[in-house]
Each structure stands twice: as structure tokens, then as C-alpha cells.
Ligand binder design. Structure first.
Ligand SMILES: [Zn+2]
Length: 308
């Protein structure tokens, strides 16, 4: 364990690309809950059925797999910006979204927003914002890696134009260039600690020193790329070592994510404060997380984990 008994939440991590071993280590490092946003998988999908299976895995197998390690799993549902450029497919995915957006454990619509800032991206961004309004859902906005500043401004303009309340929108992948505007306009401002590209944790320490902890959220955005599923607990540790007050560290690595996504009514602290006991003998549709290993079985209401 990195930090004494500090609970952290990683509100943006693509566990479908990660191994079960990551769950084991994340739990060790104090991760109690995660949010897995719908995104693209590295290769464009060509059939709506693959989206449907993906959404089913986010609310099914992935949730089960996390719970087998004592981590609470939530997700967000969307057609992502990149794949919105395949309009015939995006049209079909749009029809699926209302069916999944209201399922248990779905905390927002997302990731939505811009990749290349094309017309098709804006069209499906707006359509999904309208759907969020209609269903009274939160929104997770992915801001583009190219033209970050312009893309972030434009994303917020569009959210306001579609009548969303800034406090119902989490603007993600922020950086030093965009943080002022995101906070000034009243949105939640999330930073992805992603090695070499989005945000480093030393830079994050400086940002919290400068801006404090109000409406600031830290996540890993870990996926199939060169990323770190322990980015949130490691950044929490670095912040504590850098003399950032513990209350601020807890806010940006735990409390703010809970406050933001808790508005959905789907994410509650009691889910991990009063967990069900881990029993890896359980199956999901006939399958277990084990590959021949001895199952971990926790006795209810007991702290220690017994390996049988
Ligand atoms: Zn992502």
C-alpha cells in the first residue's frame, strides 16, 4: 500500500484494456471505485453489434471482474468522438444509447466531444447532449489532444448552448492551457495523469498548489496505451510529499469525483464502505476471473483476506 488507508477513486480508466492483475494492485494502492467511460478501442468498429457487446461488457463482465477484487465499477455510455465520424454507424449507436444510459451503475453519457473537430463530431456531440438533457444525465467531455485550447472552449460553448448546467459536466484531459477557462466557467475540471502526453504528476502537484482543490478531479485515463492504472494513488502520494494539505489531496483524488458523479444517484459511498464480501468462486454467465488460481474468499464483515 502506498498511502496509509487513504481511499482513492479513479473516475476515468479503461479497464477493458487492462489485466485482472491491475485490479489486484489497484486495490492494494487504495482504489475503492472506478468509472470506465465508453471510448474507442484502438481500431474502428464496423458493426453496431460490437458496440452493443462492448456496452454489455461494461455493465456486465467488467463490473463483475472489478467486484471480484473489491473495487466498485461504474461506467459511462456514448458514441465516442473518433467513431462519430462514421455517420451510418453512429446513427445506429445513437439508437442504443437510451437503452444503456439508464441502466444501473451508468453514471453519465461520455466520453463525448471532439477528436478532430469535424462537422460529424459536432453533430453527435450535440445529439448526445440533447439526450443527456432529456434523460437528466451527467456528461463526461473528452477534450481533443490537438487544438486543445480551442477544442475545450468550443466544447464548453456547445454544452452551454445545449442548455446544460456546467456542474453537470465534467471536462476531462484539461491542462495548464485550459484550466483557467474551465474553472472560470463553472465546470468540473478533470486532469488525466498520462505519461508523456496529457499531464504528468509533478505538473499536477503545481496545479493544485496554484488552484487549490475546488472542482478539480484527477484520473489516470489508463487504457491500451503506455499508461498507469496507479496514476491516481501515485499522484496522491506525491502531493502529500509536496506538502499539499491532506484535505485537498482527498478532494482531488476522491471526494470531488464522488461529488460530481454522485449527482447521478448511481454512485454512493456506501457501495464501498459497506461492501459485499469478495468470493472469487462466483461466476458471471458461467465464467470466473480465475485462470486456475486459488480463489480469494473473504469472510463477511472481516478485514483480513483469507487465501484458501
Ligand atoms: Zn478515455
Amino acid at each position: 500500500m502506498l498511502i496509509d488507508n487513504m481511499m482513492v477513486i479513479d473516475p476515468h480508466i479503461h479497464m477493458t484494456s487492462r489485466t485482472t492483475y491491475d485490479y489486484l494492485v489497484m486495490k492494494e494502492y487504495g482504489v475503492v471505485a472506478i468509472i470506465e467511460p465508453s471510448f474507442w478501442l484502438g481500431q474502428p468498429r464496423t458493426h453496431v453489434g460490437t458496440f452493443q457487446d462492448y456496452f454489455n461488457s461494461l455493465i456486465g463482465w467488467e463490473r463483475f471482474r472489478a467486484e471480484q477484487f473489491g473495487i466498485r465499477h461504474y461506467c459511462t455510455i456514448s458514441i465516442n468522438p473518433k467513431e462519430a465520424n462514421n455517420e451510418p454507424l453512429a446513427e445506429q449507436v445513437m439508437e442504443l444509447l437510451p437503452l444503456y444510459a439508464c441502466k444501473e451503475g451508468v453514471v453519465a453519457l461520455g466520453e463525448v466531444g471532439f477528436d478532430d473537430m469535424t462537422e460529424a463530431e459536432e453533430k453527435y456531440f450535440r445529439l448526445q447532449l440533447k439526450l443527456a438533457k432529456e434523460l437528466d444525465k451527467l456528461v463526461l467531455v473528452h477534450t481533443p489532444h490537438r487544438n486543445k485550447k480551442e477544442g475545450t472552449s468550443r466544447s464548453m460553448d456547445i454544452c452551454l448552448d445545449e442548455g446544460l448546467d456546467p456542474l453537470q459536466v465534467i471536462i476531462d484531459h484539461a491542462n495548464e492551457e485550459t484550466v483557467d477557462e474551465v474553472l472560470d466557467r463553472g465546470f468540473w475540471c478533470a486532469f488525466s495523469i498520462y505519461p508523456n502526453t496529457k499531464m504528468g504528476n509533478e505538473r499536477m502537484v503545481e496545479l493544485v498548489k496554484k488552484y487549490g482543490s475546488d472542482r478539480i478531479i484527477i484520473d489516470s485515463a489508463a487504457d491500451w496505451g503506455m499508461s498507469d492504472p496507479l496514476a491516481v494513488p501515485k499522484t496522491a502520494q506525491l502531493m502529500l510529499e509536496s506538502n499539499i494539505p491532506e484535505t485537498q489531496v482527498k478532494a482531488v483524488c476522491y471526494g470531488n469525483a464522488l461529488k460530481a458523479y454522485g449527482q447521478s444517484g448511481e454512485m454512493k459511498e456506501e457501495h464501498w464502505l459497506e461492501p459485499t464480501a469478495i468470493d472469487q468462486r462466483q461466476l458471471y454467465e458461467g465464467n470466473s476471473v480465475l485462470r486456475g488460481q486459488t480463489p480469494m474468499v473473504e469472510k463477511p464483515f472481516q478485514e483480513s483476506i483469507i487465501i484458501r
